[in-house]
Each structure stands twice: as structure tokens, then as C-alpha cells.
Design a protein around this ligand. Sequence first.
Ligand SMILES: *[C@@H]1O[C@H](CO)[C@@H](O)[C@H](O)[C@H]1NC(C)=O
Ligand SMILES: *[C@@H]1O[C@H](CO)[C@@H](O)[C@H](O)[C@H]1NC(C)=O
Ligand SMILES: *[C@@H]1O[C@H](CO)[C@@H](O)[C@H](O)[C@H]1NC(C)=O
Ligand SMILES: *[C@@H]1O[C@H](CO)[C@@H](O)[C@H](O)[C@H]1NC(C)=O
Ligand SMILES: *[C@@H]1O[C@H](CO)[C@@H](O)[C@H](O)[C@H]1NC(C)=O
Ligand SMILES: *[C@@H]1O[C@H](CO)[C@@H](O)[C@H](O)[C@H]1NC(C)=O
Length: 394
Amino acid sequence: MERAWCFSFTTSLISLVEFLPGISASTPQQQCADNAGSHAGVRGGYWSPSSSRYSPVSSIDASIYTHLYYSSVSIDETSYAVAPPPAEESSQLAAFSSTVKSGSPSIKTILSIGTNEYKVDVSNAAFSRMASDKYLRGVFINSSMELARANGFDGLDLSWIFPATQMDMENLGVLLAEWRARVMPLLLTATLYFSNHLFDLPDSNLDYPVDDISNNLDWANILTFGFHGGSNVTTFDAPLYDTTSHFSVSYGVISWLDAGVPPCKLVMGIPLFGRSWFLRNKTKNGIRSPTAAAGTKQRKSNLTGIIAYAEVEEYMDSASTVITYDNQSVAEYFYNGDIWVCFDSAQVVQHKLEFAARSRLLGYFLWTIGFDDSNSTVSQQGQQLLNLANIYVN
Ligand SMILES: *[C@@H]1O[C@H](CO)[C@@H](O)[C@H](O)[C@H]1NC(C)=O
Ligand SMILES: *[C@@H]1O[C@H](CO)[C@@H](O)[C@H](O)[C@H]1NC(C)=O
Ligand SMILES: *[C@@H]1O[C@H](CO)[C@@H](O)[C@H](O)[C@H]1NC(C)=O
Ligand SMILES: *[C@@H]1O[C@H](CO)[C@@H](O)[C@H](O)[C@H]1NC(C)=O
Ligand SMILES: *[C@@H]1O[C@H](CO)[C@@H](O)[C@H](O)[C@H]1NC(C)=O
Ligand SMILES: *[C@@H]1O[C@H](CO)[C@@H](O)[C@H](O)[C@H]1NC(C)=O
């Protein structure tokens, strides 16, 4: 049984175009003309307070991103307000916006409110209950705006990973509409499943409320990575293409576009982590080889099976590491002894960004920026490669 997300992610948002509920008759093209004018392409990055021991806020080069997400705070399951961060994180939350803006005043910061990864079921039950009740939605929305303003954020993001019933999906749409009516001048974004149709969860066959998403979010960040955490064979975790399954970046992007979300409202995720396994037999080291276990817990991720891009680079410096680029999947892997890792190399990222530009998406986000190397190599690459908005407008 493969599960798409083994740890939590957050979303983002932005908006300058107000869509009045009920009288939004604009076409996707009109929405895009407005949105592209407002947002000159999104080069987003998620930053997690748990990464501060190796990626302190003060070390972030904010000039290479347009939007930085603080990922994340969660919902209080008793009051349904946004939960304040744990005591040891409150000073980081308070300092985040002013610190990243001190060197890069034009950057926008967004506070992501997401499922608590340490108590997913309780947290998601609270989102579900809150979204179903008009009064509780008001409590949640008001508290989100208070926390964002008190800490100098420019926007809010909802990272509910994931709504679990079709009623949750309908209520999510209502929440977004009510939030939009109140949220200006803050931005509003959401972090969503990689496809508009959830097919990998216990209650499968759920569809997101696409019109509410298009009309009320500045944009949606889609989680186009982390597809195969539980696999017992080696496999690509975020391939651009996959001819044998729907678990690919291109499938996810196209599903959202086919469902009617305008491309200028979609921002595509790029992982700054690889997926690692121990091979069962180190002579069987290609794709779809049996694995014995998830790879060792790494210093940065502090999770088994997850390895930061910076740590991948350390392996690539070793003469005993064998690297293979798969140009059909647009994915890369290496093995070294009985360690096997798939990851997004510079070449993979370049092809993904070209795909995003061809698809006229608003931009991309990196998850998470603390996993990049000390030169911010991947983040720099994204910044230099493309101005997605210009490509879109032309
Ligand atoms: C949220 O704030 C609005 C505007 O201040 C107020 O009218 C409303 O009563 C508040 N809702 C709740 C549930 O506190
Ligand atoms: C590993 O695979 C090789 C080649 O297929 C085989 O000769 C060897 O017996 C295998 N080793 C184990 C421990 O299964
Ligand atoms: C992997 O798991 C699947 C189903 O859970 C099983 O059919 C398959 O034999 C397993 N493969 C290996 C190499 O363990
Ligand atoms: C790593 O994770 C463990 C739980 O698996 C936790 O107890 C520990 O504090 C974490 N270490 C760091 C440095 O975050
Ligand atoms: C992929 O690699 C194969 C083998 O090296 C090569 O023949 C083919 O032209 C490549 N395809 C693309 C699209 O680059
Ligand atoms: C960072 O850049 C410097 C200068 O180009 C280089 O010497 C160093 O090896 C780079 N470090 C990494 C981790 O890429």
C-alpha cells in the first residue's frame, strides 16, 4: 500500500483580484490576465521552524524567492482557532517576516496553517468540524488574520492534508469563499493534493471544489512529489512522467488544468529531498529492485527514507556512487553499496521548470528550502532559469 505523503506539507496563497461571490463570471483567460499582472511569477519556498538548527532564518537568501512560507502552525482542536506555535517556536514566528524582509523588502511572507504531522487524525478532524460550521469558520478565519497581522505576514495558506469526505470538500469551498471575503489585503493560498481528484486515500474518489479554488485563492500550490513513501521496491518519488501509473507531476498538473483551474492559479511543487532505501541485494540496483527498509535517518530531515538535496550532493562526491538519469521519467537516482536514492537533480529541476513554463503555470515552490545546499544551488537555478510570468504573458 503506497501512501502519497509521509510527512506534512504546507500551502501558500496570494491575491490581488477580488472575486465577488456569485458574480464571478470571468473566464479562466480573464482570471489569468488579472492574476499574471498582479503576481510576476511565483518562486516560492517553504521554511520549517524544525530546520532552524541548520537553516536559521537569518541565513536565508530571500532575494532568490518571491514568497516564503512559514510552515507551519496548526488548528486548535478545542477552540477551532489557529493554534499558537509551541513556546520554543513563538520567537521564530515573530521574527520570521521582519528577518527575511530586512535584506529583501519586496519579498512576501505567508503563514501556512496545516495539519499537525504529529497528530494527523485529530488535527484533520478539527479542520473537518471547523469547516462544517459557520460560527467556527468565523473563529478560525478571524484568528488566522490576527496571527498573520500580529507577526507581519502578507498572506495565509491552508495546508489541510487532506479533506477526507466529499462533505469536507464542499465545506472547504465554503471556507475559502468566506475567507476570501475577509482576507484582503492579505494573500490567500492553499496546499493541495497533486491531482484535483484524490485517489490514493482511504476514502478515495474525492474531487476538490475547483470553482471555489479558482475564484477564491490567489493560487494553489500542488504537492507534485512524495508519491511512493511506502514502496517496497525502488521507484521514482516525483517523476515528471510515468507511463505505468498516475503518480507523476505531469498527470497532476494536467488533471487540475483539465478540471478548469486556470494555469495562472497553479504553482507546482519541487522537492528538495530524495527518497532513500536499503537494497535487498546490492547487485539488483536498478529501478523496481526489491528493498529491505527505508534509508537511514539523516541529519537534516530527521526522518528515515528522506534525504536532503545537500546530503545527496555529499554522496555524489563519492567515487563509489553510481548516478543514472532516466530521460523518459525525467528523474534521477544513484546507488552506493546497498543505499539507493531517487532525487531531483539540477537537470531534473530544469526539465520540470520548462514543463511548468510550457504549461503556463504561475510558478513553482520548493519544499523545503533548508534542504538545499549551502550555496542554495537548486533555489538559484530556479531563479535564474525562468521568469515564468513573462513566458505566460507572452
Ligand atoms: C469575526 O470578525 C468579524 C469582524 O470583526 C466579526 O463581525 C465576527 O463576529 C467575528 N466572528 C467570530 C466568530 O468571532
Ligand atoms: C543477489 O543477486 C545476485 C545476482 O542475481 C545473486 O547471484 C545473489 O545470489 C543474490 N544474493 C543474495 C544474498 O540473494
Ligand atoms: C511488495 O508488496 C507487494 C504488495 O504489498 C507484494 O505483492 C510484493 O511481492 C512485494 N515485493 C517485494 C519485493 O517484497
Ligand atoms: C528527531 O526525531 C526524534 C523523534 O523521532 C525526536 O525525538 C528528536 O528530538 C528529533 N531531533 C531533532 C534534532 O529534531
Ligand atoms: C533518452 O536516452 C536515450 C538513450 O541514451 C537516447 O537514445 C534518447 O534520445 C534520449 N531521449 C531524449 C528525449 O532525450
Ligand atoms: C559553493 O560554491 C563554492 C564557490 O563556487 C564552491 O567552492 C563550493 O564547493 C560550493 N559548495 C557546495 C556545497 O556546492
